[in-house]
Design a protein around this ligand. Structure first.
Ligand code: AMP
Length: 470
């Protein structure tokens, strides 16, 4: 099965190809033909199954077909997608923009917690697709700043979560004021009684589809978590990558800066790693992907956004260097391994402040993640393996023209770091020159004792770190 056999039009096929999708997921196989046939759909599917493309692709196609027809309407809102969180709303909007890149349709995102002005302006500029959380949308509707007289398709995404979050009354009010003659698509991971009742009230002779819930995909993955302090994470990651003879891994970090830092430290430990994130050019990202696909590098260190849509075969391990604050992101991340029925391993490194996120994940996947004991020696090594502070130099943060530099500020400490890095490198790779350790005169200070970085003392610190002549 491929996307072409789902009878998608060329602009969508090209967009799907650009996203790197090769085969449609089970929910896409089932939902796309039904939606193209203008049927109401009741779909039991969780996030991570590819459900957004399952509704976004056929919706874009229906809009494109209608645009060609004789009754082409003006720039009225024709599609409304209700979703529980602003993150999901933004993600869906991004997906619509990506999949619709070769089509002329515009979308707007509406959610609370920010001023409404920009959202109202976007609505006034004329959009065909609105993706909204219920509270703010109802608010705008009550102010008569948005109307849905031309609405043709209504999508309820993650209906059960909207119930959990107390949005169901707002959802009912919104539905009561949109046209009754329309196509309705209803997505929910679970079907509690109230959600079933709502679905019966708003769907017209729906076709019910169900795909294997994410939980069972997740079950195929051997998951564990290490409870570890923030400062020990990278040393533990290095140890695990070496001890488990990891062949091909993706390491997820929360920030771009962490992706760079972790990738640098892995390379210092002779683990070939590449970072991909939003600050890297398209060319650099593609080069990194190519390297891991060809086996020229072993680890891709990525942020969630950069990792979205990337498809790499035979990823044996996924590491969460940081626990994602959105539980769905965990499912997306670990789903990069155990693709197409293979088995995979997902290892998370959880610091105390991330325990709440871990709890949310366990609730979503409905299982407790096995807690693994800390390997010996990591605590000691982590004291030594601290990231180089980002320095402003032409060669970029934490690097010199001669490669990565680990900076420490006193001689005994420097010797110790040398030892630790050499030990780490020796465990993992062929003999190779270790990273350069730069020794500075001033005694080491704990991180928190640094004064806040004012422009003045930043300059002083930079100056203190300059190599002395002679
Ligand atoms: P969703 O369930 O819509 O949140 O999608 C989960 C992830 O799967 C997203 O990162 C999508 O980009 C990705 N995805 C969706 N459809 C496909 C496909 N056919 N092949 C590969 N990845 C996909």
């Amino acid at each position: 099965m491929n996307f072409k056999s789902l009878e998608l039009i060329d602009p969508l096929l090209q967009a799907v190809k650009a996203e790197g999708y090769e085969t449609p997921t089970p929910i896409q196989v089932q939902a796309i033909p039904l939606i193209l046939a203008k049927k109401d759909v009741l779909a039991c599917a969780q996030t991570g199954t590819g459900k957004t493309a399952a509704f976004a692709l056929p919706i874009l196609q229906l809009l494109a077909e209608q645009q060609k027809g004789p009754h082409h309407a003006s720039r009225d809102i024709q599609v409304l997608i209700l979703t529980p969180t602003r993150e999901l709303a933004s993600q869906i909007a991004q997906n619509f923009s990506d999949y619709g890149r070769n089509l002329p349709f515009k979308n707007a995102v509406i959610f609370g917690g920010v001023r409404q002005h920009a959202q109202v302006r976007a609505l006034r500029s004329g959009v065909e697709i609105v993706i909204a959380t219920p509270g703010r949308l109802l608010d705008l509707m009550n102010q008569r700043l948005v109307h849905f007289r031309g609405l043709q398709i209504l999508v309820l995404d993650e209906a059960d979560r909207m119930l959990d979050m107390g949005f169901i009354h707002d959802v009912r009010k919104i539905i009561a004021s949109v046209p009754k003659v329309r196509q309705t698509l209803f997505f929910s991971a679970t079907m509690p009684a109230e959600i079933r009742k709502l679905s019966e009230q708003i769907l017209s002779r729906p076709t019910r589809i169900e795909v294997t819930p994410v939980a069972s995909t997740v079950d195929k993955i051997n998951q564990s978590v290490y409870h570890v302090s923030k400062k020990q994470k990278t040393a533990l990651l290095i140890r695990l990558l070496q001890d488990l003879s990891v062949k091909r891994a993706i390491v997820f970090t929360r920030t771009k800066r962490d992706a760079n830092r972790v990738s640098d430290l892995l390379n210092q430990a002779k683990i070939r790693a590449e970072a991909i994130h939003g600050n890297k050019s398209q060319g650099a990202r593609e080069a990194a992907l190519e390297k891991i696909k060809l086996g020229h590098c072993q680890v891709l260190v990525a942020t969630d956004i950069a990792a979205r849509g990337i498809d790499i075969d035979n990823v044996t391990h996924v590491f969460n260097h940081d626990i994602p604050n959105m539980p769905e992101a965990y499912v997306h991340r670990i789903g990069r391994t155990a693709r197409a029925g293979t088995e995979g391993v997902a290892i998370s490194l959880c610091s105390t402040d991330e325990r709440g996120f871990l709890h949310d994940i366990e609730k979503l996947i409905r299982k407790n993640i096995h807690s693994a004991p800390m390997p010996d020696g990591v605590v000691a090594e982590s004291h030594l393996l601290q990231a180089p502070a980002p320095k402003r130099s032409h060669a970029g943060p934490g690097r010199s023209r001669n490669g990565p530099v680990l900076r420490v500020s006193d001689a005994p400490h420097a010797q110790a770091v040398h030892g630790a890095v050499a030990r780490i490198a020796a465990r993992g790779a062929a003999p190779h020159a270790g990273p350069r350790v730069v020794i500075r005169g001033a005694p080491a200070k704990p991180e928190h004792s640094n004064p806040p970085a004012s422009p003045n003392n930043r300059k002083k610190r930079r100056k203190a770190n300059q190599p002395k002549k002679g």
